[in-house]
Ligand binder design. Structure first.
Ligand code: PEP
Length: 276
């Protein structure tokens, strides 16, 4: 049983209520993004073609993105046939130089990517990426003309200690650079303990965190922070997608394992609630 954080009160925050209580902008379509991680070679490309074909026939009211390994980006763009966007999973902050093995945002753009994920917890955990490194990568994405999904999220221990909200507050402060716009960015809230585990926070916990993230964005960027999409990520699957996507301030999903098979990913896309 996860410890609950204290409920965030809008009234007690410094954010004008008018900035939080508003109709969703018509341009703020949900974003359903698939993160293939280090999975996939040429033989998996038909999965992207199948997702693209499904999108062509069902015309979902959402933006659809797949982030395959860098080696597949150009071929994935061809397989996507203009129906879904293709993105990278990470980028270097530098444009070019003696950084063996790294891929710059400009290179991803050149390969055909439209988006890039930065600050995924697996990058933070396994590659020592800090908030300031993530902020530099987000700036690099914008410099290259890419849209960025900036990931944040607390560990199990941090949630159990009641620190989930403050951890995410600090990650937003450190990882999201000045200049964020709603059009070109999304925040990915991914509690680490939910990634690849089959465990998800309760809907109330997701709602509480997403409202908190919204408050942080609005407190710092005012109207610019109002419409930035906040994606939930962590064990999203066809069975839970509908209820997760219906939570207020959830502007889409970042999907790992369930994005690898077109049938699963399409089933998630088909679960987008009508009113979202
Ligand atoms: C992820 O990798 O960003 C993720 C959310 O993974 P999963 O959906 O498998 O938990």
């Amino acid at each position: 049983m996860m410890a609950k954080n204290p409920v965030v009160s809008i009234a007690s925050s410094n954010v004008p209520v008018a900035l939080l209580k508003r109709e969703r902008e018509p341009t703020m379509r949900p974003l359903i993004a698939g993160n293939w991680k280090m999975h996939g070679t040429g033989p998996q490309l038909p999965e992207i073609a199948a997702i693209a074909a499904g999108v062509r026939s069902t015309a979902p009211t959402a933006d659809i993105l797949i982030c395959p390994p860098s080696t597949l980006i150009t071929r994935a763009v061809q397989a996507a046939a203009g129906q879904i966007a293709i993105g990278g999973q990470n980028c270097a902050s530098e444009m070019s130089g003696a950084f063996t093995g790294d891929v710059s945002a400009e290179m991803l753009k050149d390969a055909g990517a439209a988006w890039v994920i930065v600050g995924h917890s697996e990058r933070r955990q396994h590659h020592g990426e800090t908030d300031s490194m993530v902020a530099a990568k987000a700036k690099a994405a914008w410099r290259a003309g890419l849209l960025a999904i900036i990931c944040i999220g607390e560990t199990d221990a941090q949630r159990r200690a009641g620190n989930a909200l403050t951890v995410c507050t600090d990650q937003i402060a450190g990882s999201v650079p000045e200049g964020i716009t709603a059009v070109g960015n999304a925040i990915g809230y991914e509690p680490l303990w939910a990634i690849g585990t089959g465990h998800t926070p309760s809907l109330a916990e997701i709602g509480q965190m997403h409202l908190h993230i919204r408050q942080c964005l609005v407190a710092r960027w005012g109207a610019h922070g109002r419409d930035v999409r906040i994606l939930y990520g962590g064990s999203v699957n066809p069975a839970n997608a509908h209820s997760v996507l219906a939570v207020p301030e959830v502007g889409g999903a970042l999907v790992g394992g369930a994005s690898l098979k077109a049938t699963d990913f399409e089933a998630i896309i088909n679960e987008i609630p009508a009113h979202v």
